[in-house]
Design a protein around this ligand. Structure first.
Ligand SMILES: *[C@@H]1O[C@H](CO)[C@@H](O)[C@H](O)[C@H]1NC(C)=O
Ligand SMILES: *[C@@H]1O[C@H](CO)[C@@H](O)[C@H](O)[C@H]1NC(C)=O
Length: 355
C-alpha cells in the first residue's frame, strides 16, 4: 500500500520526538558541574578527619568575663582564589600595623592549574599545600573552603574566627576595627556575660529562585537529608566561629548531597547553599543570618555581582559600602576590577583604614 521509502521517512519522523522525550531517561544526563574524583575526596577526608580530631579544650568557644588570661584569639583570613591576589598591596597595609601582629593568620587556596604568583610580604609561604582545581558554580568551591577551614584549624589552636575572602574583596576598615567588630557582636552577650560568639553568615529562606536551585540536581535528589523547608541560600563570604568551622569539616551527611552535579549550570551555585543550609539546620541561633561582606547585586549579569571600576573609587564610595542595616558596618566589599588598586591605595590611610 505505502512505498517503503515513505514508511521509512514517516517512522523516522515519528521517532524523533519520541527519542527527544526519552533521551533524558536513556542517555546519561549532561551534567553541568565537574564531579570530584574519589582520590581527591579521600585526601580531603583524611585532612578533615585530622582537623576534626584537634582538641578544642585549650580554647573553649565560650568566654566568660573570667577568661581574661586566655590566649589572644586570632582571625584566620582564608583567601580563596583562581587568579593573582590583585589587592595584595592593600591587604599588606591592612595587616601591617604592629598591633595586628599575632592576632591573625593567613591561608591561601590557589587553584594549582592557574599558576598564581605569590605576592610575597604577609602572603609569603601562606599558600596551602592541599589546594585543588576549582570551577565556578560547582561543589569544588565548597571543598576548597573546607580545605582552608581544616588547614587553619590544624595550624593554630588560637584561630577563633575564619573569614573567607576572594581576590576581588577589599577591606573597608582597619584591622583593629575588624578585630573588635568580630569579638563584639551584641547578640553574644546576655545579662552582661559573654556566652558565645556567633558566625556572621547570611541565611536566607525566602529567595524567589530557591526552588529552582533546590531541584537543580533532580526533584527528589536532596531527600531525605535536606527537605526543601531546610534549604537556604546566602553569600559564600562569611566569618565562622571555630565551633562552626569544626561543624562544617565534620559534616558528611549534607556534603553527600551538595557534591552531586547539577543538570543546569545557571541554577547551580552549591557554595551559596551548602554552608547556610548546614549551619541553619544545626545551629540557627549561633548565626547572625547576615554577612559582613558588602556586594552590589543591582544589574547582575550571568550570576556575577556588579564590579566597581577605577573611575568609581572615591571616599564617598567607601563610606557608602560600609553602610549596613544589620551591623555597625560592613567590614569587606566585592567585587573590584584589578585597576582599582592604585586609587584604593591612594585613599587607604586617609579613608579606608581610618575609623
Ligand atoms: C608559572 O609562572 C612562572 C613565572 O612566570 C613560570 O616560570 C612557570 O613556568 C609557570 N608554571 C606553569 C606550570 O605554568
Ligand atoms: C550598584 O551597581 C549599579 C550598577 O549596576 C550602580 O549604578 C550603582 O551605583 C551601584 N551602587 C552602589 C551603592 O555602589
Amino acid at each position: 500500500m505505502f512505498s517503503t521509502p515513505f514508511v521509512l521517512t514517516f517512522s523516522l519522523l515519528l521517532s524523533l520526538p519520541i527519542l527527544f522525550l526519552l533521551a533524558p531517561r536513556i542517555l546519561p544526563p549532561r551534567l553541568s558541574s565537574v564531579p570530584i574524583s574519589p582520590s581527591d575526596e579521600l585526601e580531603d577526608l583524611s585532612l578533615f578527619r585530622r582537623a576534626s580530631a584537634t582538641p578544642t579544650t585549650r580554647l573553649p568557644s565560650s568566654f566568660s568575663h573570667l577568661a581574661a588570661s586566655k590566649p589572644k584569639l586570632k582571625i584566620a583570613f582564608l583567601f580563596l582564589t583562581n587568579s593573582d591576589l590583585q589587592f595584595a598591596p592593600l591587604w599588606e597595609k591592612f595587616f601591617r600595623p604592629p598591633s595586628a601582629k599575632s592576632l591573625y593568620n593567613i591561608y591561601v587556596h590557589a587553584d594549582p592549574t592557574v599558576n598564581v604568583t605569590s605576592p610575597g610580604g604577609v602572603f609569603e609561604g601562606k599558600f596551602i599545600e592541599h589546594a585543588k582545581r576549582t570551577y565556578r558554580a560547582s561543589p569544588t568551591l565548597i571543598s576548597a573552603t573546607r580545605r582552608l577551614l581544616a588547614t587553619a584549624i590544624l595550624d593554630d589552636p588560637a584561630n577563633a574566627f575564619f573569614a573567607v575572602i576572594s581576590q576581588h574583596c577589599i577591606p573597608l576598615h582597619s584591622f583593629k576595627f575588624v578585630y573588635h567588630s568580630l569579638r563584639d557582636p551584641d547578640a553574644s552577650t546576655q545579662y552582661g556575660i559573654r556566652l558565645q560568639y556567633k558566625s556572621f553568615i547570611e541565611v536566607i529562606s525566602d529567595e524567589p529562585r530557591l526552588w529552582k536551585r533546590y531541584v537543580a540536581r533532580g526533584r527528589y535528589a536532596m531527600m531525605p537529608e535536606v527537605p526543601f523547608e531546610d534549604f537556604r541560600v546566602g553569600s559564600q563570604f562569611f566569618v565562622l566561629t571555630r565551633r562552626h568551622a569544626l561543624m562544617v569539616i565534620k559534616d558528611r551527611r549534607l556534603w553527600k548531597k551538595f557534591r552531586m552535579p547539577c543538570y543546569r549550570e545557571d541554577e547551580c551555585y552549591p557554595e551559596e547553599h551548602y554552608f547556610p543550609t548546614l549551619l541553619s539546620m544545626q545551629d540557627p541561633k549561633g548565626c547572625t543570618q547576615y554577612t559582613l561582606t558588602k556586594v552590589n547585586w543591582t544589574g547582575t549579569v550571568n550570576g556575577h555581582p556588579y564590579t566597581y571600576k577605577k573611575s568609581e573609587i572615591s571616599p564617598e564610595l567607601i563610606q557608602g559600602l560600609r553602610e549596613s542595616k544589620y551591623s555597625s558596618s560592613y567590614l569587606f566589599a566585592r567585587k573590584f576590577a584589578p585597576d582599582c588598586l592604585a586609587p584604593l591605595l591612594k585613599i587607604a590611610d586617609k579613608v579606608i583604614f581610618r575609623d
